[in-house]
Design a protein around this ligand. Structure first.
Ligand SMILES: *Cc1c(COP(=O)(O)O)cnc(C)c1O
Ligand SMILES: [Zn+2]
Length: 443
């Protein structure tokens, strides 16, 4: 199928500039400095009926015809139609399991709790969904002889791992700026292994971000942070994939952990596009979970978003990927929450760790960010904001295997400020049959 009749471009979210090409070094509105959105020629997309889009997406889903087997590129016409298929940089992302967490749901008296395992991905977090789009557009730029010297990002870990992997696949130089000593070993070692230039700075994420923004003004330096709306185009396919997996039925609630807040707006954008093109006719409600240690959106929500964002100093948290005090996509998140009757709730370190442990006891292996979403789910169910019969989807954003320090620390009761009520310790025994027998039988 030819994607050429479809078109996407950048426009200012305040509406003052339109029709900027996707291929370029522009991340903010040249006139007013606001964020940019990717806009699509929705009229051209209406050239196919809703039923035709569903059939096309279904026929491609998890097959091998390049690049459409990817959960992101299977929706290419809705994502980045102008990228030549030969320039797509894909690791077959998306297509992750959406499973009914029946036992864990029952502990909350919820009948329809589903977990969308977006972190079961090439680099172990859902950042791959957006990074494939960004790096593909950069690759397209390089193939069109636009000079790209390096792709850079500030990261709390997952973004840099994803950027480094996709750049390595395409042979594009990458440089990542990380807060020294604030990310997990797994997250540090991924960009190192993929050959990125890794700069560990004596600051936090917000400090790295400030330097990266300055660096991105150098010629030939391309900015990969989620301020760049190309990332959101890929992340938006999460919503489309969830609807597809439910045979185009829309759940009542989606819960997602939020830090820089690009992903909540991407989620909304996916639903909005499906509504516009008639694939669905109902909106879900959206809940964002923040950690109490870094909760500027939660505080703003408490004020009814009056007065806008007041940045906070992000304190230490196990949920390192959302330890962000000055979220760049705040305006996008407010827009999304207003459109989707959204709520914001927060979780303490103890709450996120115990929610993760409770879910693990029903067979999951939960990273701390998904733990935040689960803790928030538990609170919203207890407050009856979420009804017992609502169909709820929790977005699991990373693999627990990337956060072994968190998992081990919990079960060893070594995490600061976390009481670890569900800690499970190995029973050390001599190799004596009777002792072992007694231990197995619980005597
Ligand atoms: C990036 C990330 C988030 C938060 O996404 P934002 O768009 O920054 O709000 C949540 N969980 C994990 C594991 C992440 O890597
Ligand atoms: Zn503008």
């Amino acid at each position: 199928m030819d994607a050429k009749p479809y078109r996407a471009w950048l426009r200012c979210i305040e509406g003052c500039v339109d029709e900027l090409p996707l291929e370029g070094f522009v991340y903010r509105c040249p006139r007013c400095d606001a964020l940019l959105d990717v806009a699509h020629d929705v009229d051209a997309l209406r050239g196919r009926s809703a039923a035709e889009w569903k059939a096309l997406f279904d026929v491609r889903y998890k097959r091998t015809q390049w690049p459409y087997g990817s959960g992101v590129w299977g929706k290419k016409e809705w994502v980045a139609p102008g990228v030549d298929n030969d320039n797509v940089v894909s690791l077959d992302e998306g297509g992750t399991n959406l499973f009914w967490a029946e036992r864990y749901g029952k502990t909350l008296e919820l009948t329809e709790l589903w977990i969308k395992m977006c972190g079961n991905s090439h680099t172990g977090s859902f950042k791959d969904l957006g990074m494939t789009v960004l790096v593909s557009v950069v690759n397209e730029m390089i193939k069109r002889a636009m000079p790209v010297r390096a792709v850079i990002c500030a990261s709390t870990g997952d973004t840099s791992a994803s950027l480094a992997a996709y750049c390595a696949v395409a042979g594009i130089p990458a440089a990542v700026l990380l807060p020294r000593g604030k990310i997990s070993t797994a997250q540090l070692v991924q960009p190192l292994a993929n050959g990125a230039r890794v700069l560990a700075l004596d600051t936090d994420f917000d400090g790295c971000m400030a330097i990266v923004q300055q660096l991105s003004r150098e010629p030939g330096i391309y900015l990969a942070n989620s301020m760049n709306p190309l990332r959101l185009e890929g992340q938006k396919t999460i919503s489309i994939e969830i609807a597809q997996q439910f045979d185009w039925e829309v759940p009542d609630w989606i819960i997602i952990p939020g830090g820089n807040l690009g992903n909540v707006s991407a989620l909304a954008a996916g639903f909005t596009m499906m509504l516009e093109l008639g694939l669905i006719n109902k909106k879900p409600r959206i809940a964002v979970g923040q950690v109490a240690a870094a909760n500027p959106l939660y505080r703003s929500f408490q004020r009814g978003f009056e007065g806008g964002l007041t940045p906070v100093q992000a304190e230490a948290t196990q949920a390192t990927a959302i330890q962000i005090g000055n979220p760049v996509s705040y305006p996008r998140a407010v827009r999304a929450l207003r459109a989707y009757d959204g709520v914001v709730e927060q979780a303490t370190e103890n709450e996120l760790a115990d929610a993760a442990a409770r879910a693990d006891l029903a067979g999951l292996f939960t990273d701390p960010h998904t733990g935040v979403a689960l803790a928030v789910l538990e609170k919203l169910v207890a407050r009856r904001v979420i009804g017992r019969d609502d169909r709820v989807v929790v977005i699991s954003t990373a693999s627990g295997l990337k956060f072994t320090e968190f998992k081990v620390g919990y079960h060893e009761r070594m995490l600061p400020g976390i009481s670890a009520g569900y800690a499970n310790r190995p029973i050390e025994l001599p190799a004596v049959y009777e002792d072992v027998r007694r231990a197995v039988l619980g005597g």
